[in-house]
Design a binder for this molecule. Structure first.
Ligand code: SAH
Ligand code: SF4
Ligand code: F3S
Length: 478
C-alpha cells in the first residue's frame, strides 16, 4: 500500500529509519555501543531520546553504524500496515549483523512491541527484547536478562508514567528545534486507530517539569520547542496537596501551559501537535493570538468531510462542528496556517462522501495535509464492527484526487505569500547548497534564502519572499 505525505517534522508518521546519534559522549563508559532507529510519529522520536538517556546513564554510548553496535533498538510504529512492514523488512537486515556478532542484543520498542507483545519473539527469531512505550525504565534490567541468556519482554502500560524526571538526550539535534512531550497515551477511541491500544490511557505530565525542560533548552541555545501529545487540547494537570476549604485545587489546562511556555522568552518559538477538533477551545486560540512567539499554525486532523463517516470513525464531531472550529480559527487568528490529516476509503465510504472530503478541503484551503488510505488495524473498533470494503484501486484513486487537490491549495497559499516579509528561524544550511540557509516561517512554511554574514543558524531573519516551488518559499534577507 502507498501513502502520500507532505513531510513535516512534527507529524510525519512516514518518517522512517532515522538513526539517532548523540554528539557528546557521557562519562563512565561501559564500552558498549547503542544504535537506535525510530519510526512513526514525533512522540516516538521523542521517546527514543528518553531511551538513550536511560542507557547513557548506564554507560552506553551511541553509534550511527549498526554494524559496530552491541545493542540495536528499533522504535516501531503500528499506525498502518505498511509502517509495520517497513520494520519487519528492517529486522531482516539486522539479522546479518546478528550472524556476525552473536552477542548482539536486538530490541523492539514502541507501538509494534506493545501491539504484538511476546508474539513478537515467536514471529521474529532474532529479537531478544520486546518493550512497550511505558516500560523504558526497565531497559537496563531487560538487557541484563538477555546477557544472562534469556529473552525479555515488558509491555506493561501505566496510568502514571510520563518520564517527567528524565531529561532526554537530544539525538541528531541541530541545537535549535526540540520536541517536548507534555502527555502520553490517548483516551479517544477513534474506531480506525491503534494508538489507544499501543500507548494506553491518557495522562498529562507535570507542568513544572515541562517548563523546566523548555527553559533548559532555551538556555542551551534552542529557539523552538514543539509540545507533543496525541490530543494536546485535553492536557490537564491538577496540583497535588490539600485544597483549602472551598478553593479548588489549581489546575493547568493546555491554554495555561502554552502561555507558561511562551513566557519563558519572546525569543523562544512555541509549536504544538496534535489538536483535536472536538477539544480545541477559543481560550487556546486567544492564547495563540496573544503571544507573538506562539506560532500561527494549527494541525487539526479532519479525517473525513462527511458526518456519517465521522460518526463511524467515532471522531465525536461532525462536519458542521469542524467548520465551526475552522471559522473560529479564522476569526481569532486570521493569519493562522492550518494543516490536517485525511483518511480515504474508510469502511463503506461512498463516492459522494468522498466528495464531501474534497469540498471540506476547498472550504478550509489547508496549507498542508497528510493523506492516507485506510488501513485496517487488528483489534480496533472498526476492524471488529465494519468491513474494510473499499477496494484498493478505489482507495488509491480517491487518494490521488485528494493529493492533487491539496497540491493546488498548497500552491495557492504559497503564491499568496510572494512579496511578503516572513520572520524565519534559521535552522541550518539548505539541503541543496551551503550557499543557502533554510528555516521555517511562523506558519511553518520552509523558506530558503542566500547566506548573509549577518545571520547564523538559531537566529531570526526577515526574509522577503520572491518566489515559491510547491513546498518551499525562496527569498532574500532584508
Ligand atoms: N492523535 C492524532 C493522530 C495520530 S495518528 C489525531 O487524533 O489527530 C496520525 C494520523 O494517522 C491520523 O490522524 C490518521 O489520519 C492516520 N491514521 C490513523 N490510523 C489509521 C489507519 N488505520 N489507517 C490509515 N490512517 C490512519
Ligand atoms: Fe488515534 Fe483518535 Fe487518539 Fe488520535 S485521537 S491517537 S486518531 S484514537
Ligand atoms: Fe505510530 Fe505509535 Fe506514533 S502507532 S503514529 S508511533 S503513537
Amino acid at each position: 500500500m502507498m501513502d502520500l505525505v507532505v513531510p513535516d517534522k512534527t507529524h510525519d508518521e512516514s518518517r522512517q529509519g532515522e538513526a539517532l546519534v548523540l554528539d557528546a559522549v557521557e562519562a563512565k563508559n561501559n564500552g558498549r555501543k547503542l544504535y537506535i532507529e525510530s519510526y512513526g510519529c514525533a512522540m516516538n522520536f521523542s521517546d527514543s531520546e528518553i531511551v538513550a538517556s536511560i542507557l547513557l546513564d548506564k554507560g552506553f554510548e551511541t553509534t550511527s553504524d549498526f554494524n559496530v553496535a552491541d545493542v540495536i533498538f528499533i522504535n516501531t510504529c503500528s499506525i498502518r500496515e505498511n509502517a509495520e512492514q517497513r520494520v519487519r523488512n528492517r529486522l531482516k537486515e539486522f539479522k546479518v549483523a546478528k550472524v556476525k556478532n552473536p552477542g548482539l542484543v536486538v530490541g523492539v520498542l514502541g507501538c509494534m512491541a506493545e501491539r504484538l507483545k511476546s508474539k513478537f519473539l515467536e514471529e521474529e527469531k532474532l529479537v531478544d527484547v520486546v518493550v512497550g512505550p511505558d516500560a523504558y525504565r526497565d531497559l537496563p534490567n531487560l538487557i541484563d536478562q538477555v546477557d544472562d541468556g534469556q529473552r525479555a519482554v515488558n509491555v506493561l502500560l501505566s496510568r502514571e508514567e510520563t518520564y517527567a524526571d528524565i531529561s532526554p538526550v537530544r539525538l541528531n539535534s541541530n541545537g535549535i528545534n526540540a520536541f517536548v512531550s507534555i502527555m502520553r497515551g490517548c483516551d479517544n477511541m477513534c474506531s480506525f486507530c491503534v494508538v489507544p491500544f499501543t500507548r494506553g490511557r491518557e495522562r498529562s505530565r507535570d507542568p513544572h517539569s515541562i517548563i523546566k525542560e523548555c527553559t533548559d533548552l532555551f538556555d542551551q541555545g534552542y529557539r523552538e520547542v514543539t509540545l507533543l501529545g496525541q490530543n494536546v487540547d485535553s492536557y490537564k494537570w491538577s496540583e497535588e496537596g490539600e485544597s483549602v476549604e472551598d478553593a479548588p485545587k489549581a489546575t493547568v489546562n493546555f491554554a495555561n501551559l502554552l502561555e507558561m511556555t511562551a513566557l519563558i522568552s519572546p525569543e523562544l518559538r512555541v509549536r504544538f501537535s496534535t489538536s483535536h477538533p472536538k477539544d480545541i477551545t477559543d481560550e487556546v486560540l486567544y492564547t495563540i493570538g496573544k503571544y507573538d512567539n506562539i506560532c500561527n499554525y494549527i494541525h487539526l486532523p479532519v479525517q473525513s468531510g462527511n458526518s456519517r463517516v465521522l460518526e463511524m470513525m467515532n471522531r465525536t464531531y461532525d462536519r458542521d462542528w469542524y467548520i465551526n472550529r475552522i471559522d473560529a480559527i479564522r476569526r481569532i487568528i486570521p493569519e493562522c496556517a492550518i494543516s490536517t490529516d485525511v483518511i480515504t476509503g474508510f469502511c463503506s465510504e461512498t463516492e459522494e462522501e468522498h466528495q464531501d472530503t474534497l469540498s471540506m478541503m476547498d472550504y478550509v484551503q489547508y496549507d498542508f495535509a497528510y493523506m492516507f488510505m485506510y488501513s485496517e488495524r487488528p483489534g480496533t473498533l472498526a476492524a471488529k464492527r465494519y468491513a474494510d470494503d473499499i477496494p484498493d484501486l478505489i482507495k488509491r484513486e480517491r487518494l490521488k484526487e485528494i493529493v492533487a487537490r491539496q497540491q493546488e491549495h498548497s500552491y495557492i497559499r504559497l503564491q499568496k505569500l510572494i512579496g511578503t516579509i516572513q520572520k524565519v528561524l534559521i535552522e541550518g544550511f539548505s539541503k541543496k547548497s551551503d550557499q543557502d540557509y533554510c528555516g521555517r516561517s511562523d506558519q511553518n512554511a520552509m523558506v530558503v534564502f542566500p547566506v548573509t554574514e549577518n545571520y547564523k543558524p538559531g537566529q531570526y531573519a526577515n526574509v522577503l519572499i520572491e518566489r515559491s516551488t510547491t513546498a518551499t518559499m525562496i527569498g532574500k534577507a532584508v
